[in-house]
Design a protein around this ligand. Structure first.
Ligand SMILES: Nc1ncnc2c1ncn2[C@@H]1O[C@H](COP(=O)(O)OP(=O)(O)OP(=O)(O)O)[C@@H](O)[C@H]1O
Length: 259
């Protein structure tokens, strides 16, 4: 557990939400939520099914328009921005394996992401030297996620865990300072869970990570701070030990299991 697990301070907040609310019709999926994500932490957003976690991600990345409330990124109010504006400000959400082009090579997948990051996807004509430079960058990213040996393989042929690693590499290609991971362990066998957890710890260095995660062992091992949502509202916040001991959190999870 790092020193960053201590009480939140606005001074080193990189991402904040204040009074964040999203109503679908009369139903409040997210209800008056305050959230402070501190620079350099790995922060988990947990809660029972339907708690509003995905909706919070959609709001932070501007895929949903808030009904009310404000969001800041590195001190800038981003509430009115569009999703692409948020990516340009280097807050990037990983879209899981569905974001991979299965019939491209592993290297080409990362290169496409790099082209987007460098604005080269909008240029019809490109000097060969720029493509060669991208290949170098792409190979370096593949090395970071342990896929350097698979550069020329078709993405479709990777194992499930390695597809997730590739997807993380395509996200890193956008040079995120804040990385949002939506259930990175979903569908993983336990060996792959270990591999991806190590990878998140590694790529989290020097970045801020906010992750929705159902696997509480992973949250305990990986995350400096945990926010618990229930029925769209903040239920508890703190380090994992604090959260685990919280009676309201236990009741929410047990209630959800019973329900
Ligand atoms: N577009 C929508 N229209 C209506 N209701 C929605 C919409 N999106 C989400 N909801 C509702 O908002 C609530 C919160 O959903 P959300 O997907 O954010 O929860 P979650 O915590 O991510 O759940 P899970 O862990 O099951 O993925 C749910 O009751 C869901 O049915």
């Amino acid at each position: 557990m790092s020193a960053a697990a201590a009480a939140p301070a606005e001074a080193d907040a990189v991402l904040t939400a204040r009074g964040l609310t999203k109503a679908f019709g009369g139903f409040h999926a997210v209800d008056d939520l305050d959230l402070t994500i501190r620079q350099g932490t790995i922060h988990a957003l947990i809660g029972p099914n339907g708690a509003g976690k995905s909706t919070v991600f959609g709001l932070l990345t501007k895929f949903h328009t808030p009904t009310s409330g404000r969001i800041t990124l590195a001190g800038e109010d981003i509430t009115g921005l569009k999703p692409a504006d948020v990516v340009r400000r280097r807050m990037v959400r990983s879209f899981q394996i569905s974001a991979i082009f299965p019939h491209m090579s592993v290297l080409e997948n990362v290169r496409v992401s790099l082209q987007r990051h460098h604005g080269l996807d909008r240029q019809f004509w490109r000097p060969l030297s720029s493509l060669a430079r991208l290949d170098g960058e792409a190979r370096a990213l593949l090395a970071q996620v342990g896929l350097e040996d698979a550069a020329d393989d078709m993405a479709a042929n990777l194992s499930y865990g390695r597809k997730r690693a590739l997807e993380i590499a395509t996200t890193l290609a956008l040079d995120p300072r804040v990385l949002l991971l939506d259930e990175p362990m979903a569908g993983m066998a336990s060996a792959d869970v270990q591999m991806i957890a190590r990878l998140i710890a590694k790529v989290g260095q020097g970045r801020t990570v906010l992750m929705v995660e159902h696997n509480l062992n992973v949250v305990e091992d990986l995350c400096d701070r945990v926010t618990v949502l229930a029925r769209g509202r903040l239920l508890a916040e703190g380090d994992f030990a604090t959260i685990r001991a919280d009676r309201d959190v236990r009741a929410a999870y047990i209630g959800a299991e019973d329900g």
